[in-house]
Design a protein around this ligand. Structure first.
Ligand code: ADP
Ligand code: 5GP
Length: 216
C-alpha cells in the first residue's frame, strides 16, 4: 500500500495561479490555503514596489531595487515577470523548481500577464483561478477597509481593476468571492480535483497493473 507520503512524493506538482484585481481577496485565500494544506507552497515574488505596513521582506515579497530586479531578469532568474502599477514583479525560478521537484504544488499570486507566461511555459502543469469581487463598489470598500493604500493608489488600483477583470475569460476557473468561507471551500475543491487528474498521478499506471495482477 502507498502511504500518503509516497503519494505526495510520487505525484507531479501543479502550479496554481490565483489572480484577481487588487482587493478581491486572493492574498487572504492563498495564505489560508498554504497554512492549512501541507502540500502547497506559496511562490514569494520579487517586487520593486514599496513595502506596505505589516509586510515582511521574504515573507510577503522579496523587496528589491529596480537594478537588482533587472540583474536577476538578465540572468533568466524569473519563470515569469511583469510590470504592474509602474513596478516590476517576478516569480523567482529556483525556489519554484525545487518545490515542484520535491512533489509540492506551488501557488502563485500573480496577474494575468504572469499567468499567461506560465501557461505558455508549462501548459499541463498550470491551473488558473480568477477571483472576482461581488461588485466594483465592494472591491473599493475592501481596498479602503484594508487600510494599506493612499487614496491616490486606491484610485489607480480601481482603474486597473476593470482591465484585469476583462481578462478573467482566459482562466480555467472563476470564483466570485462574496462569502469568504464558501469561496475558500470552492478553491479547495478545485485543488483536490486537479490533483486527481490522471497525468498528475504518474504512479497510477503501476498501481493499476498491481490491481490487475491481484488474483482473489
Ligand atoms: P488581494 O490580495 O486580492 O489584493 P486581500 O486578500 O488583501 O486582496 O483582501 C482585501 C481586503 O478584503 C482584506 O482586508 C480582506 O480581509 C478583505 N476580504 C477578503 N475577502 C473578503 C470577503 N469575502 N468578504 C469581505 N472581506 C473580504
Ligand atoms: P500588490 O502590489 O497589490 O501586492 O500586487 C499587485 C499585482 O501584482 C497583483 O495583481 C499581483 O497578483 C501581481 N503580482 C504579484 N507578484 C507577481 C509576480 O511575481 N508576477 C506577476 N506577473 N504579477 C505579480
Amino acid at each position: 500500500m502507498l502511504s500518503n507520503d509516497d503519494i505526495i512524493k510520487r505525484r507531479r506538482g501543479l502550479m496554481l495561479v490565483l489572480s484577481s484585481p487588487s482587493g478581491a481577496g486572493k492574498t487572504t485565500l492563498s495564505r489560508r490555503l498554504v497554512e492549512e494544506d501541507g502540500g502547497i507552497s506559496l511562490s514569494i515574488s520579487w517586487t520593486t514596489r514599496q513595502k506596505r505596513e505589516g509586510e515582511e521582506d521574504s515573507e510577503h515579497y522579496v523587496f528589491v531595487s529596480k537594478d537588482d530586479f533587472r540583474k536577476m531578469r538578465a540572468q533568466d532568474g524569473f519563470l515569469e515577470w511583469a510590470e504592474v502599477h509602474d513596478n516590476y514583479y517576478g516569480s523567482p525560478r529556483e525556489p519554484i523548481m525545487s518545490s515542484l521537484a520535491n512533489g509540492r504544488d506551488v501557488m502563485f499570486d500573480i496577474d494575468w500577464q504572469g499567468a499567461q507566461q506560465l501557461s505558455l511555459a508549462a501548459p499541463s502543469d498550470v491551473v488558473k483561478v480568477f477571483i472576482l469581487p461581488p461588485s466594483m463598489a465592494e472591491l473599493k470598500n475592501r481596498l479602503i477597509g484594508r487600510g494599506q493604500d493612499s487614496d491616490a493608489i486606491i484610485k489607480k488600483r480601481m482603474t486597473n481593476a476593470y482591465g484585469e477583470i476583462a481578462r478573467a475569460d482566459t482562466y480555467d476557473y472563476v470564483l466570485v468571492n462574496e462569502d469568504l468561507e464558501w469561496t475558500y471551500e470552492k478553491l479547495k475543491s478545485i485543488i483536490i480535483a486537479e490533483r486527481m487528474r490522471r497525468y498528475r498521478q504518474p504512479w497510477i499506471g503501476g498501481f493499476i497493473q498491481n490491481l490487475l495482477r491481484e488474483d482473489v
